[in-house]
Design a binder for this molecule. Structure first.
Ligand code: TEU
Length: 574
């Protein structure tokens, strides 16, 4: 492959990689509503992002992924879209988005937008037209309308369950107001699923891709990418299905769709990048999406869910790298996003894995322990081969906000579980930028906060503001900045291979990148010796008096030159 030079303003110099920028990128995820409020209405917006672009450049990331910024009734955090070619008025205008894309690019930050192909808002013109047209009309074929079961059609067409709880079907009214057909929604009732067997649906989405690519976005994140295609007969879910034959997850027909999207992306002089949100547990099935003619990368959701355990992490890393190597795709490393518990909280609990099913409020949490582990986890993720994602607030070490009153929560996951599941709002609270009380610089001074529209920030976040952390050399923000800068300057980090350096202690993960860079993470409960090294580049916490790495601590090392083979007699890890 021809080496490509990627721009790297703000960090000095340029970086050469063998493939595209996305193979090594650090991507920052922006959940606009909670990032920064520029207009002074208490809601984050594009003006707020524009005012903070230098913060993002100085953090040292290469690209920004924006959660949906389109017009939306906000039934599911913006994943219920009315118009895929516009910006929600609460966030700004299309012109603001264009300006943001251009300004970010001039600072060396590429833009990735979220596309949501599985479903639209129930307020989208297509769904309104389908409802108005009534049963049998061609407009209904854009969606999955079916008569109910039972003598009067009172029962849903099948037993599929929504991801947010309850049936995946809602009964629509006929145009005359009488009970009518049911429509499918794998998520909330306000998110009717599109019928991807319909050529209009395919054409429309390819056109939406071009719309944003033409405006200079460097790529798209594809929401719920494994769910688009349904078995045409809508059979009951059968766990004994063959590969690619589940009723609606990971069906083989999806690959034609993404091959077409790849052709759209490749038609640009600077080819655009497709990033899939693919929740498919089998690494080999997952790798099929990453073949050279399909998606470029996908989120590593296996790693995201893995507990803080050396063996489980190593298994996840090895499985990931093997599956990706088979198709020549770079891996990605993700510690958090807008759907999951904040790492500082998750790692401070007895069960450090993530699962939607087990989210419960009131779980005992040791935040100091969680913070220590989250710092080490960040150095691990940034040292692994491939690209890395940082979800806004992760770099500030924000904990999950757990005491939001039910009436102020916005997430349908919470409300549809009857309040049992706390939902995802605790990771979507407005960022603290400065000052010592809410809104911590999130909104301009004097802004009146509408409690209906804005999730409450906790008291006690003064030490977590970006301003306070910039002044504190021991802060999470300073660690992220230092690590991302080092990562940029290390030619062996990002895309490439990994070589395990095996200490005797099974609780230590140690690997080399290239000849002279090593990352060591101590997940045991005893201090661990470091391998022979020339220099410590960065640690997530100070070494002990004997120069050993404490529990839940990570170090980046410069290995000696000429590189020594590390043998067990030299380094026991103890
Ligand atoms: O999430 C897709 C998804 O399947 C999970 O994150 C989901 O929340 C979980 O499986 C529930 O069991 C994406 C978005 O990231 C999420 O915010 C949206 O709510 C969802 O799609 C619907 O668009």
């Amino acid at each position: 492959m021809v080496p490509e030079v990627t721009d790297d303003p703000g960090l000095g110099g340029t970086r050469t990689t063998d493939g595209g920028w996305w193979r090594s990128a650090a991507v920052y995820q922006v959940y606009v509503r909670a990032f920064a409020d520029g207009s002074g209405d208490g809601i984050g917006d594009l003006a707020g992002v524009r005012s903070r672009l230098t913060y993002l450049r100085d953090l040292g990331v290469d690209a920004l992924w924006f959660n949906p910024w389109y017009p939306s009734p906000w039934a599911d955090g913006g994943y219920d879209i009315i118009d895929y070619r516009a910006v929600d008025p609460a966030f700004g205008t299309l012109a603001d988005a264009e300006q943001l894309i251009a300004e970010a690019r001039s600072l060396g930050l590429r833009t990735i937008v979220d596309v949501v192909p599985n479903h639209v808002s129930d307020q989208h013109p297509w769904f309104r037209a389908a409802l108005a047209a009534g049963p049998g009309a061609p407009e209904r074929d854009w969606f999955w309308f079916r008569p109910g079961r039972g003598a009067r059609g009172d029962d849903p067409p099948n037993g599929w369950v929504s991801h947010f709880g309850g049936p995946a079907w809602t009964r629509a009214k006929n145009p005359d107001g009488t009970p009518g057909e049911w429509y499918l929604h794998l998520f909330a009732p306000e998110q009717p699923d599109l019928n991807w067997d319909h050529p209009d649906v395919r054409r429309e989405h390819e056109d939406v891709l071009r719309f944003w690519f033409d405006r200079g976005v460097a790529g798209v994140r594809i929401d719920s990418a494994a769910l688009l295609v349904k078995h045409p007969d809508l059979p009951e879910v059968d766990d004994d299905h063959g590969p690619g034959e589940h009723a609606y997850v990971d069906r083989s027909e999806l690959h034609d769709i993404y091959a077409r999207w790849r052709a759209v992306a490749d038609a640009y002089d600077e080819p655009r990048v497709l990033v899939g949100e693919v929740w498919v547990p089998d690494p080999e099935r997952m790798a099929l999406y990453l073949r050279p003619h399909e998606l470029h990368t996908a989120f590593n959701l296996d790693f995201l869910q893995a507990p803080w355990d050396a063996h489980r992490l190593r298994t996840s890393i090895d499985g990931t790298l093997a599956a990706h190597a088979a198709v020549g795709a770079p891996a990605t490393w993700v510690l958090s996003n807008h759907d999951v518990t904040r790492p500082v909280t998750r790692y401070g609990r007895a069960d450090t894995s993530f699962a939607f099913e087990t989210k419960r409020a009131g779980t005992p949490t040791d935040l100091a322990l969680g913070q220590r582990r989250a710092r080490a986890a960040a150095l691990l993720a940034m040292a692994l081969p491939g690209s890395v994602y940082v979800y806004q607030g992760e770099e500030l070490g924000l904990p999950e906000v757990e005491d939001i009153e039910s009436s102020r929560r916005q997430d349908p996951m919470h409300h549809r579980s009857g309040g049992i599941d706390p939902g995802r709002d605790g990771a979507r609270v407005p960022l603290p930028w400065s000052g010592d009380r809410p809104p911590y610089g999130f909104s301009p001074p004097g802004t009146e906060i509408d409690p209906e529209a804005t999730l409450p920030q906790p008291d006690g976040w003064a030490a977590l503001t970006a301003e306070a952390q910039l002044a504190d050399p021991g802060s999470m923000l300073r660690l992220y900045r230092a690590a991302l800068r080092l990562r940029h300057g290390e030619p062996d980090l990002g895309d490439g291979a990994l070589r395990w350096l095996d200490p005797a202690d099974a609780g230590v993960l140690a690997f080399a990148r290239g000849e002279r860079f090593a990352c060591v993470v101590n997940l045991s409960d005893a201090p661990a010796a470091l391998p022979p090294h020339e220099r410590l580049l960065l640690t997530s916490a100070a070494l002990d008096a004997d120069g050993r790495l404490g529990p839940d601590t990570a170090a980046w090392l410069r290995l000696p030159s000429p590189p020594n083979e590390i043998r067990e007699h030299e380094w026991s890890g103890q």
